[in-house]
Design a protein around this ligand. Structure first.
Ligand code: C2O
Ligand code: CU
Ligand code: CU
Length: 476
């Protein structure tokens, strides 16, 4: 893939009205026999015996694995798994990740959402060549507990490597987590994928019609995966409250999550818990965003509810898939036959999130999101687009000037949304990605408190990012 060469094609055919994807979504599990029982991804073993230290080993390698297509085909894995094993860390921990790249191509591991030194961030500026190893070393700050994830971030081939199976969860825990430790926890990594007739991961040639549709929409699949499984069954007991940590690891699909219209409680997003829980009936989660929800087991013993994604129109009309308005079944929530338990008491205040004071912001910076471009440009690895003074507080104004949603992500620094289209954000939350819908504007405040160096900001639709919808920020 050559970025410079493919972009003119992209821009040229946005005007074309004839390209539509003809994929129909699979409604039923692809695997035969027993329905899959939900399981959290395995936790990566901590090799360190020192206190407050997490030392783990991750190896990316090519492997023949049983894909959700039902066929054995080649994928990319971390430690033989897709998703990769979950990395569990506590606030204040010193983290050492021994990474080995056994892939036939360069890669990196990006620790999405973490506030760590720029040279440990796994950005495209720090590729790890095939056959090479790298130790990622960083310390986890206080107040950063939350649901994060890791994924490759090499220049131009991020989408390709994620599609082949490279992504995993990373959880930072707090000693003073306000939610009862007795709540059963489910780590739900959402992904979608598409398979060719031989069962292999379908990644079309860029110049083909399917390749062009992927480039415009972002690659979507018609197989829906939770922790690598199709339509798993999540067990719950009547009256029980469960804590779900949900990660959107899809390259481009935006989910509008619903539990059969039942009310659930959102307690957190990208950067951890909110100040106060919020009751919701549905929740939109764009690419790379995370949400934490409490699921209340209000159903009767023996009943089931379907965990679904409702239609969400993020698309440009020209390439909107024909089936976009079908709800998608993701998992079955199945109540056991045991008698109901009394629901646990939940706190009404979770934590205090200090406000970033917009009055002390020194600059408002403007970013226009076009189709595949930011401020009219595609990324150049040798160019710095935005220079920021270390220690400064800034307002970033992100305007989407085209008719398709673009989820905007900033590496390394979490932010607080000020307003969306001029409507002030009600609750204070830590975010690292914000979906900017068609023709809308979002403003956020961010403090560049430490970690000088070069950082990425980009659209998290991986095809857009790979084609250069990314800029470089230098903090110094
Ligand atoms: Cu999820 Cu540039 O990252
Ligand atoms: Cu990131
Ligand atoms: Cu985009």
């Amino acid at each position: 893939m050559v970025r410079g060469a493919s972009l003119p094609t992209l821009v040229a055919w946005i005007a074309s009205a004839s390209l539509t994807s003809s994929l129909a979504p699979h409604k039923a599990p692809l695997t035969k026999g027993e329905p899959e029982v939900f399981a959290n991804p395995a936790v990566l073993t901590n090799e360190s015996h020192s206190p407050h230290t997490v030392e783990v080993t991750l190896t990316a390698r090519k492997e023949r694995i049983l894909l959700a297509s039902g066929k054995i085909a080649e994928g990319y894995t971390y430690n033989g798994m897709t998703p990769g094993p979950t990395i569990e860390i506590r606030e204040g921990d010193h983290v050492i990740i021994h990474f080995h790249n056994e892939l036939p191509q360069a890669t990196t591991i990006h620790w999405h959402g973490l506030h760590i030194p720029a040279d440990q961030d796994g950005s495209p500026l720090y590729p790890i060549q095939p056959g090479k190893s790298h130790d990622y070393i960083f310390t986890i700050g206080q107040g950063t507990a939350g649901t994060y994830w890791y994924h490759p971030h090499p220049d131009v081939t991020t989408g390709y490597q994620v599609a082949r199976g490279l992504y995993g969860a990373l959880i930072i825990r707090a000693d003073d987590d306000p939610l009862p430790a007795s709540l059963p926890e489910k780590i739900i990594v959402l992904a979608d994928n598409r398979f060719a007739s031989d069962g292999s991961v379908d990644i079309p040639d860029e110049a083909s019609q399917a390749g062009l549709v992927d480039m415009e929409n972002g690659r979507e699949g018609n197989t829906f995966l939770i922790n690598g499984h199709v339509m798993p069954t999540i067990g719950i007991r009547s009256g029980e409250v469960q804590r779900w940590r949900i990660i959107n690891a899809s390259a481009s699909r935006v989910y509008r999550l619903s539990l059969g219209g039942q009310t659930f409680t959102q307690v957190g997003s990208d950067g951890g818990l909110f100040e106060h829980p919020v009751d919701m009936k549905e929740i939109v989660i764009s690419n790379s965003e995370r949400v934490e929800i409490l699921v209340h087991g209000t159903g009767a013993p023996g009943s089931t509810t379907t965990f679904q994604s409702l239609p969400y129109d993020r698309y440009a009309p020209q390439t909107r898939p024909s089936y976009w308005d079908n709800p998608i079944d993701l998992a079955t929530l199945k109540y056991s036959n045991e008698p109901p338990v009394t629901p646990i008491q939940l706190p009404s205040t979770l934590r205090v999130i200090p406000a970033l004071d917009t009055l002390t912001a020194t600059t408002t910076r403007y970013f226009a999101l076009g189709q595949g471009i930011i401020n009219g440009k595609t990324m150049d690895m040798n160019r710095v687009d935005t220079r920021v003074r270390l220690g400064s507080m800034e307002i970033w104004q992100i305007e989407n000037i085209v008719g398709m949603d673009h989820p905007f992500h900033l590496h390394g620094f979490r932010f607080q949304i000020i307003d969306r289209n001029g409507v002030p954000e009600k609750d204070r939350r830590w975010k690292d990605t914000v979906n900017v819908p068609k023709h809308e504007t979002v403003r956020f405040v961010v403090k560049f408190d430490d970690f000088p160096g070069k950082w990425m900001y980009h659209c998290h639709i991986l095809d857009h990012e790979d084609h250069g919808m990314m800029g470089i920020l230098e903090v110094k």
